[in-house]
Design a binder for this molecule. Structure first.
Ligand code: GDP
Length: 367
């Protein structure tokens, strides 16, 4: 059997097959006496972290090891895909360590929404999901908004201890850490990576100035995200890049909205009312009569009703219906990873459709 080579930075087993997995290094460097993986290489030479993906089992191992040390855990969620990027059960594994909750991608929400209100909402959602964070921050890692405050919160709550940054893939964890590195290191002040003692968990270490360290953990993949059901081109359409402009539809009973061909909302009963749609601005929304909806979908899926684009519809899972009665005012019907529809008044009966495997849930309105 071939001998396993480990990265001298993070301890990951070196492999040359998959760039998105821990321990990737191009074949050309395998001959060297000391091999460093691409992720550690980037940190060492460019002061930049790169995200890699991890299996669920390995992620549990990492959480377990965090639980055994004293540290501050920084949990990053994507505010646009709050529930889909949540990492359930994190607090059970990290034991008594404090958790700082960071909502990223705040730039995507309408500017009219005030941060204190969003933070209050995050606190309520966290509480409902069983997490009591020591603090909550809202940032835009891409725009650099809220980063200074988040860094202050990290300093305040870590009390000289190490910091672990955790999150699903795509929440913007790397962008966030790279921002922090940018703000804390001067030019030429190159970070070194070093083996995380005692384990081989593919965690990379970013030294803080008091001898403690910030650890970048690989991102866990959320298998229920819409992102796994569309191709790269379509993913670009459904991933919002700019501030979302909500679209308001006044619907009569027995009307249907299609969100591309990816999701659908049937308004069954409850009188004429408005539905506010929060999706990427580029995602087309079509309104039709409920009685015509099935035929339209059969005929126009991948055409008028796209994404998904035509060449991808064979691989697309069938839409599954979820029936809801909206009981509270200001309720969001969330299509995990795609967006949500806000229903302002109680009493509406709806049927929401998403591809098999993608969650649909009801929550208190974010906005
Ligand atoms: P990671 O997988 O969690 O490390 O996520 P990345 O840092 O690689 O970011 C994933 C995607 O989200 C990229 O396309 C980023 O450009 C984007 N992204 C990261 N931070 C933000 C943000 O603050 N706002 C917006 N709109 N996009 C972001």
């Amino acid at each position: 059997m071939e001998q396993q080579i480990r990265c001298i930075g993070c301890g990951a087993i070196i492999q040359s097959e998959d760039e998105t997995k821990p321990g990737y290094a191009p074949k050309s460097v395998l001959e060297k006496e000391e091999v460093i993986c691409q992720r550690c290489f980037r940190l060492k030479h460019y002061n930049e972290v790169q995200d890699v993906e991890l299996t669920d089992d390995d992620f549990l191992k990492i959480l377990h090891s965090i639980g055994q040390s004293e540290a501050l855990v920084v949990k990053i969620v994507d505010i646009f895909d709050f529930n889909g990027s949540w990492l359930p059960g994190l607090h059970r594994f990290v034991a008594n360590n404090p958790i700082l909750l960071v909502g990223n991608k705040a730039d995507l929400l309408p500017k009219s929404v005030k941060y204190p209100k969003l933070i209050h909402w995050m606190a309520q959602m966290a509480n409902d999901l069983g997490l009591k964070p020591v603090d909550i921050c809202l940032v835009s890692a891409v725009k650099g908004i809220g980063i200074a405050k988040a860094m202050e919160a990290i300093e305040k709550h870590r009390l000289g201890k190490n910091v672990y940054v955790v999150g699903c893939t795509n929440v913007g964890k790397s962008t966030f850490i790279n921002r922090i590195i940018q703000e804390t290191t001067g030019k030429g002040n190159v970070i070194t990576t070093s083996y995380f003692p005692g384990t081989t968990l593919d965690i990379i270490e970013i030294p803080l100035d008091d001898g403690a360290a910030l650890y970048d953990t690989p991102g866990i993949i959320n298998h229920h995200q819409m992102a796994h059901f569309v191709d790269k081109k379509d993913l670009k359409i459904i991933t919002p890049k700019r501030e979302i402009h909500p679209k308001v539809y006044q619907l009569n009973e027995q009307q249907t909205l299609f969100f591309g061909g990816l999701a659908r909302l049937d308004y069954i009963k409850g009188g004429r009312r408005s539905f506010v749609c929060y999706f990427a601005n580029e995602l087309p929304i079509h309104r039709t009569k409920l009685e015509k909806a099935d035929a339209l979908y059969a005929k126009q899926f991948g055409e008028l009703l796209s994404p998904p684009s035509k060449h991808y519809i064979d691989q697309f899972p069938p839409l599954v219906a979820h029936t809801f009665t909206i009981k509270e005012r200001k309720t969001d019907i969330v299509f995990s990873g795609l967006g949500w529809v806000t229903c302002n008044e109680p009493g509406a009966q709806v049927v929401a459709y998403a591809p098999k495997g993608v969650d649909i849930l009801i929550r208190k309105s974010l906005i």
